[in-house]
Design a protein around this ligand. Structure first.
Ligand SMILES: Cc1cc2nc3c(=O)[nH]c(=O)nc-3n(C[C@H](O)[C@H](O)[C@H](O)COP(=O)(O)OP(=O)(O)OC[C@H]3O[C@@H](n4cnc5c(N)ncnc54)[C@H](O)[C@@H]3O)c2cc1C
Length: 463
């Protein structure tokens, strides 16, 4: 159940193994975190949840599905990421490591030294990073990554002298949705930077829904069926005797399975920790965003938040229950590179910031002020907007508990082992019932690897 990337991946693995598969989805539209819709005005196509898909593009499982023949066309913006600063310039994460370091001044050598081994060894590293905790297949590369990644972003930023490299790292590590003083906030920053250099930060033409549609097409080609508007309220709602793969978070599993789960497992699940929420805005725009730094218009994603210190402060506040005054804004501007997103000459903008778990504060003004700071005149371009806070997101998708988009907090413990340390994190004590959401390894993001590993575990046990 659940037609996000993990539910779909699990369903495809089962169908590939010759099983008869039905996928039940609560919403009227399949795709989970990969849905797109005209949220503002007719003709403007927005991504409801995920927008930028480096993990989806690089996913070892998705790569083997030949999604291009199922209608997925990837778009590569000229640069993966730009990060504007108050001096009117922007730090740019280019595809090329050499071009990236040329913008980092005295930190060029340090950045090159940190990233080069990760970039050149990415294929090996990905095998171990995108899997449950186990003896690594490539122990040297994995340990080298672990030594850096298990640090906090603040500690790693100590390697840099200048404001530019430190700001770039803060924005990348901010995707971890934990304070930058906390371990392992460096890990996600390093993974995203490496992906930028290895595969770019692409997105599907037409919107994330196209990736969902491609996966659904694969599933159907294997004989699987998908049933929408079918919320599962208890395990008994699912066919008896079937292997049941549930793309839900621990809290929902507790509700679905109730007393069927032994007390010890229930206690462990109930300790699972959720993270901050997000507040999201989508805009229909009359013009491209008028960035002061021209480099920002070459990038699909723009990190809006200024210096390392400012971003660290915003992320700490969200974690500690305070709505940040100057939030760290993660922004995507797909229409600059994908003409199918808006009517001719018009544009779209997608952005969110982290807010306290379950926060009901409207962050529209604060998000737009941050963008206006680096793109004066931005507000004059807005034709219409749509806002979604934690409650709205959770209403759209039951997995977004309190607006947490990562399926649970990325604390050190829950990064190393989620939902909790266990030999097979996917199997539950109920025979035939498995967890396959981003609350299992390797965690959040659109890559389908949680579903892939969960389905393999299920098949292994049901031979
Ligand atoms: C605003 C936002 C921005 C994001 N940006 C990015 C990004 O740019 N790049 C990226 O890689 N990731 C991004 N993510 C994260 C990404 O979307 C998730 O990590 C990913 O979708 C998780 O996949 P999943 O399959 O585990 O769950 P989901 O994609 O959340 O799917 C779960 C599905 O299960 C269904 N479901 C839940 N309960 C039931 C039930 N009881 N019965 C039936 N169906 C049920 C839900 O309706 C949903 O369709 C973002 C998420 C959000 C919300």
């Amino acid at each position: 159940m659940g037609s996000g990337p993990n539910g779909l991946a699990a369903a495809i693995v089962l169908a590939q193994a010759g099983r008869e598969v039905a996928l039940f989805e609560a919403s009227d539209t399949p795709g989970g975190g990969m849905r797109s819709a005209e949220l503002t005005l007719p003709g403007f196509q927005h991504d409801v949840c995920s927008a930028i898909q480096p993990l989806g593009f690089a996913s070892p499982f998705f790569r083997g599905l030949d999604l291009e023949t199922h209608g997925v066309r990837w778009i590569q913006p000229e640069a993966p990421l730009a990060h504007p600063l108050d001096d009117g310039s922007a730090v740019v994460l280019e595809r090329s490591l050499t071009e990236t370091v040329s913008g980092l001044g005295s930190d060029a050598e340090t950045y090159q030294r940190l990233l080069e081994p990760l970039v050149s060894g990415w294929e090996d590293l990905a095998t171990d990073l995108l899997a449950p905790m186990r003896l690594p297949r490539h122990p040297v590369r994995f340990s080298r990554f672990g030594l850096l990644g298990l640090r906090s972003a603040r500690s790693l930023a100590g390697s840099f002298e200048g404001i530019r490299a430190r700001a770039l790292l803060a924005g990348l590590a901010g995707h971890s949705v934990i304070p930058l003083e906390m371990r392992p906030s460096a890990a996600i920053g390093l993974v995203l930077a490496s992906l930028g250099h290895v595969v770019g930060w692409p997105f599907p033409e037409g919107g994330s829904q196209r990736l969902a549609d491609g996966l659904i097409s694969v599933l159907r080609s294997l004989g699987g069926e998908i049933v929408t508007e079918r919320p599962v309220e208890a395990l008994e709602d699912l066919p008896e005797g079937a292997i049941k793969l549930l793309s839900v978070t621990p809290r929902q599993l507790l509700e679905l399975a109730g007393d069927e789960l032994p007390r010890r497992y229930r206690r462990q699940l109930s300790r699972y920790r959720y993270g901050p929420g997000v507040f999201k805005l989508d805009w229909a725009l009359s013009d491209p965003i008028p960035w002061t730094a021209a480099d920002c218009s070459r990038a699909g994603t723009v990190h809006v938040g200024g210096t390392f210190e400012e971003i660290a402060e915003a992320e700490r506040q969200a974690w500690e229950g305070l709505a940040p005054e100057r939030p760290f804004v993660l922004l995507a501007q797909q229409s600059l590179f994908d003409r199918t997103r808006a009517p001719a000459g018009r544009h779209t903008g997608w952005a969110y910031c982290h807010v306290p778990h379950g926060s009901d504060r409207d962050m529209t003004e604060r998000i737009e002020s941050q963008i206006e700071r680096f793109a004066p005149g931005f507000r004059d371009c807005i034709l219409a907007k749509s806002a979604l806070g934690p409650a709205g997101l959770n209403a759209l998708n039951a997995n977004l508990i309190g607006g947490d988009i990562a399926g649970g907090a990325n604390t050190l413990r829950q990064t190393l082992a989620r939902p909790f340390p266990k030999r097979d994190p996917y199997a539950t004590p109920i025979p035939g019932v498995y967890l396959c959401s981003s609350s299992t390894p390797p965690g959040g993001g659109v890559h389908g690897m949680c579903g892939y590993h969960a389905a393999r575990s299920a098949l292994g046990r049901s031979r």
